[in-house]
Design a protein around this ligand. Sequence first.
Ligand code: COA
Length: 257
Amino acid sequence: MSEDVMVRQDGNVLVIALSRPEKRNALTASMYAQLAQSFQDAEVSTSVHSILLRGNGGVFTSGNDIGLFLNHDAEGPHEPAAASFIRAVIALSKPLVACVRGHAVGIGATVLLHCDYVVASDDARLRFPFVDLGLCPEFASTLVLERIVGRTKAAEWMLLGAPIPAGEARSAGLVNQIMPAELAEEEALSIAQRFASKPQMALRATRALLRQGGDDSLAERIDWESEVFDALRRTPEAQQIFRLFLDRTPQAMPTHG
Ligand code: COA
């Protein structure tokens, strides 16, 4: 397994750090494999409630190691290595927080589209450089970016490929929050801990509803929400929350942030 990906658990949060700072955390085939494995393990672990993805060395990632595009014999085809990582991210039922410091290029920007919350440092720069590299965006990013920021911004960002300052990414809705660089990681961890402290079944069910996209009719969505709502209402977790509320003793109330 790759030593360029560091994984540690902080309470109920799994912290995954890209750690190849001398190459600006450019992602190799072994890093993709380690990432895919870590996300798959996080999904099945009962003690992991949320995941934080970050980069070491003041950089998120410079994206795919460009050598991977060139040297297919040494590293194998591009698609399977990167795809195993993104597919494991998309398959998560648990919230994923990203902390972006410095550059988030290529797949580093693409993965943000599949996160639930993005904290960026004020010096962060996102970039979709695919056209300039003679390539095209991948992993449904042409679909999801447009949903998040609209056709106009998606076209500007993906066709021109200029670096996107953190403030612009936040105004467009791709970044949730901007922090001074030295505080960004602490803030991102605290957001991941807030997710981890929520009633887990309710959190994951709501996340799944949000991720379904906009293809349902209102009536279909109401039916689906109503089915999930009723199933959640009957769970011991929800029943206990209702009882605690009705008891109303201050120390008995849950303290979800
Ligand atoms: N793949 C392979 N090596 C990379 C890399 C990448 N994606 N990004 C950076 N590196 C390497 C550089 O070749 C350099 O290696 P060296 O020290 O052996 O010469 C080292 O990392 C530092 O890169 P440098 O460009 O000097 O750092 P910087 O801080 O000035 O700039 C970036 C950072 C991210 C803006 C710049 O490195 C860059 O544009 N990288 C390519 C991004 C890209 O197009 N990725 C492909 C996505 S599909």
